[in-house]
Design a protein around this ligand. Structure first.
Ligand code: SF4
Ligand code: ZN
Length: 711
């Protein structure tokens, strides 16, 4: 590293640390040393400090010795690479402290569009897409692009590639000026200004703490995790002043390469780590190369951008050109396995009016029939593929899709219509995605789109018979009815020792991988993360332990786990990676269990919010009494049967009750708990402590109170 860069990094770090010191002193003067310091909704305090040195920062006073240590140890003027990285580390500490101070006495210091600190729930939400490659990398763009158009083109390109984008400084305003969609819903997070770049870094650090199981304060392990497992890179736009260089040194310290649009002379570059690329059209390509991110390029012949960035996009009624289904017109979607001669590959037929014959604000019927022929296709995969329609369509910018089957509801925005989107493009999108995502089971695809009210009638009836037959088959699919379960080790790229065992009655804890999904995925990639495990000899029927599963677990967990029980959370339960939809926790006083979800940010009777609770049981270790689960597992007949099953649940957030209402009631009835069991489960409106819900449970005669002791 050149002398000049080292000197700039030292200067910048000194400035940042000096500023942190000044602001800390001011805050202490104003609020007192005992004032609490915390980011909202995280289990990791000030994550950079938790990750790198492990000091527990709870008050302003706790920061003083940390900052003193950093100032004494890290700021070394001799221009050497090691010292520049230490300057970078010091800048990360300073940034974390400066940012955290903004939250003292103000839980929400940022105005929209700025997000500021990203809570743990957002990190966990993106766990699966990051590990399965839907989001192949994370770009942190800081500074100001040469002009707004260039900024927009850069971000749009990353969005189309599925990269999660974090924006800092003027590029945010440049993107907004060019109508680029920014926000958490678009995988494009406008963090804020200046030191708010630290929120990108503390997000990455939390990936190591939450998914990687890296213990707090284990600096070397954390840096190794960042270097090997977090596919992040930095694009630094505009002039490089001392503080920018110091922040850059912080990125390099974390192992994130940097591309700058400034024409650096060769002596100022660090090959592979800090490289210039003044040509905006080549910046992304270079950054991806430096981080070794390989993209699967799919050419989809539609006039809109398609990528996971648009999955969360909502299209309001007033912004829709046309809407389909949703109870206002008939709608359905159906994937059928067909014979070779029934499918003409790539054929798209629209039966009924095209979008140009649909007036603005109108409602039409829509049937989406996807016919698939594949030598390795199985009827069981129809449902698996059909559920992908929802994601594929939502990936289109200006397309919106909710629900499924004959309940589906879709909108096409005015923007998409103006861009030239036609009904037939739904077909192009689906054909391209099915063929690229499922090459091993999909050989030929044709799509029929029905917008004619008469023509849809027979087809919807046909679809309904198919749904019924499928449901009947799924009902018969129990843990006993199969001799093979599947592993899922997809999350090992983040949680190296974690193994999910997916059985017909237990969906993966992320909620995204069912037994049929795992089976289909194994068919597609036989050596992939979903391996069949023949159940073999059962060691404990009640707790759900099998010899073969243990053997598999032992080797797949890198010999960190020897045994697993599928049907209990009290004894050698399944491990959790970090992307669970919900967590079960024991409530000793009530002799029951509670469940909370990622969506519920409030307190719970075990004394912890979802985030704090999640912080105690991730990283691929067994934590008896706590377990991450998929939402749907709760209504499975294999819901912790060894612990008493459904009747043990004494508390869950109201939202989860509403979400599971019908199935939970059905399950309660079949278990003899009564149709009103759901009303015996407390929620946040009853109380958020064990003491406060106990009288309610007693009054309702909750069955858990009479069950054998759980502990
Ligand atoms: Fe990760 Fe388990 Fe979901 Fe697989 S099933 S993606 S390992 S959480
Ligand atoms: Zn996971």
């Amino acid at each position: 590293m050149s002398k000049q860069i080292c000197e700039l990094a030292y200067q910048g770090a000194s400035t940042a640390v000096g500023l942190a010191e000044k602001l800390l002193n001011e805050a202490i003067e104003k609020h007192g040393v005992g004032a609490a310091v915390a980011y909202p909704d995280t289990a990791y305090k000030l994550p950079m400090i938790t990750a790198l040195s492990g000091e527990e920062i709870l008050t302003l006073g706790d920061i003083v010795p940390v900052l003193k240590r950093i100032k004494e140890n890290n700021l070394r003027p001799e221009p050497e690479l090691g010292n520049a990285l230490l300057s970078g580390e010091a800048t990360l500490y300073a940034g974390e402290i400066i940012e955290a101070l903004r939250y003292v006495g103000n839980a929400n210091p940022d105005e929209p569009p700025y997000t500021g600190f990203l809570p743990d729930r957002i990190l966990r939400k993106f766990g699966v897409p990051l590990v399965d490659g839907t989001i192949p990398g994370v770009a942190v763009i800081t500074g100001k692009a040469k002009d707004a158009k260039a900024a927009a083109a850069l971000v749009k390109d990353l969005q189309a590639k599925g990269i999660l984008v974090m924006l800092v400084n003027d590029i945010i305003e440049q993107c907004i000026e060019e109508n680029i969609k920014v926000g958490v819903d678009y995988l494009t997070f406008p963090l804020g200004k200046f030191t708010q770049i630290i929120h990108a870094v503390n997000f990455a650090a939390r990936a190591g703490l939450a998914f990687g199981g890296v213990p707090k304060g284990e600096r070397a392990r954390m840096l190794e995790y960042q270097k090997n497992r977090v596919p992040a890179f930095v694009i630094a736009l505009g002039e490089l002043d001392a503080v920018t260089v110091a922040i850059g040194a912080g990125a390099l310290f974390m192992g994130f390469p940097i591309v700058t649009d400034q024409a650096l002379p060769p002596e100022l570059t660090i090959p592979g780590l800090l490289e210039p690329q003044p040509d905006y059209d080549k910046i992304v390509k270079l950054a991806l190369e430096l981080r070794n991110i390989k993209l699967k390029i799919v050419d989809i012949p539609v006039p809109i951008t398609v990528g996971p960035a648009f999955e969360g996009e909502t299209i309001r009624k007033k912004d829709a050109w046309v809407e389909f289904g949703g109870g206002r017109a008939p709608g359905f979607e159906l994937v059928r396995m067909c014979d070779a001669d029934e499918v003409e590959d790539g054929k798209i037929v629209v039966v009924g009016p095209e979008i140009d014959d649909m007036p603005e604000g109108s409602v039409f019927p829509l049937g989406i029939m996807v016919d698939i022929y594949g030598r390795k296709m199985q009827e069981d995969f129809e449902g698996v593929l059909e559920r992908r329609i929802h994601y594929f369509i939502n990936y289109g910018e200006g397309l919106w899709h909710v629900a499924q089957r004959d309940l589906c509801w879709l909108r096409i925005s005015k923007g998409a219509k103006a861009a030239g989107f036609k009904i037939r493009h739904y077909g192009e999108l689906l054909i391209a995605k099915f063929k690229s995502d499922y090459p091993a089971i999909v050989d030929r695809v044709q799509v029929t789109l029905i917008t004619d009210a008469k023509a849809i009638e027979d087809k919807i009836a046909l679809a309904r018979t198919k749904y019924q037959a499928r449901d009947a088959r799924l009902k018969g699919l129990t843990d006993e009815s199969v001799d093979t379960f599947y592993s899922c080790t997809l999350c090992q790229s983040f949680a190296p020792n974690h193994v999910c065992i997916v059985s017909p009655e237990r969906v993966g804890l992320c909620g995204a991988v069912s037994w049929l999904d795992a089976k289909a995925s194994n068919e597609i990639t036989p050596t992939g993360p979903n391996q069949p495990i023949a159940k073999g000899e059962c060691l404990d029927e009640q707790k759900g332990m099998w010899q073969n599963l243990n053997d598999f677990l032992y080797s797949a967990s890198n010999r960190t786990l020897e045994e697993v029980n599928l049907y209990t959370l009290m004894d050698k339960p399944m491990t959790s990676c970090g992307c669970f939809e919900a967590i079960i926790a024991v409530l000793p006083m009530t002799n029951g269990v509670m469940i909370t979800t990622r969506e519920h940010s409030g307190d719970t009777p075990c004394g912890m919010t979802f985030s704090s609770l999640a912080g105690t049981c991730g990283g691929g270790v067994q934590t008896p009494g706590f377990m991450g689960v998929g939402r749907r597992y709760i209504v499975s007949s294999k819901f912790i049967p060894a612990d008493g099953g459904l009747g043990r649940i004494v508390w869950m957030p109201k939202e989860l009750k509403d979400y599971l209402k019908d199935e939970l009631t059905e399950r309660s009835v079949s278990l003899g708990l009564g149709a009103d069991f759901i009303d015996k489960i407390a929620d946040e409106t009853i109380g958020t402590t064990e003491e406060s819900i106990l009288p309610f449970l007693e009054e309702k005669q909750h069955p858990a109170l009479k069950m054998p002791p759980l502990m």
